[in-house]
Unconditional design. Structure first.
Length: 161
């Protein structure tokens, strides 16, 4: 229970920091990095003899979905896109770094965090444009995705399981 409360407080703090920081008209994706790191850390819980751990994936999905829900509530927008995108990232992180798919290296960590940033942006922006009447310029969208990917890249390289 203490571990759970610690991670929830990290999530709330990350979302508050994320709303206050901006860089080149794009915001940081601190919550995405936190969900990615939680998935990496929970992957350590498996022993060397286990190939799949449903409990690990379930915990990571629940944590990602909870972070996404809190993020949706704090943004005051449509509730659900962050829930879905962070839940997907919570699922894909432990699955991607099993020894069957990828063995974690700094290169793969950087590539995966960039791909997760693009997935997160595509799900959130796609759902918001589909279900609301907002219109986003393609060039602005690409710039935001590029900035978020470049900011997240060092975290993907440095955060180790």
């Amino acid at each position: 229970m203490k571990r759970f409360l610690k991670w929830i407080s990290f999530a709330v703090l990350a979302i508050l920091v994320q709303t206050q920081l901006s860089f080149l008209s794009g915001s940081f994706s601190v919550s995405l990095i936190l969900v990615y790191f939680f998935g990496l850390r929970s992957r350590l819980k498996l022993s060397a003899y286990e190939w799949s751990g449903n409990k690990v994936e379930l915990q990571s999905v629940l944590y990602g979905a909870l972070v996404g829900m809190v993020e949706d509530i704090f943004t005051g927008s449509l509730i659900g896109p962050g829930f879905l995108s962070k839940g997907l990232i919570g699922l894909l992180t432990p699955v991607a770094f099993t020894d069957l798919v990828f063995k974690w290296t700094p290169l793969w960590g950087g590539i995966v965090i960039v791909l997760f940033t693009l997935l997160d942006g595509a799900v959130v922006i796609g759902a918001r444009t589909f279900f609301t009447d907002i219109h986003i310029s393609t060039m602005v969208l690409l710039q935001v995705f590029l900035v978020r990917s470049l900011v997240g890249l060092p975290f993907g390289i440095l955060l180790r399981p």
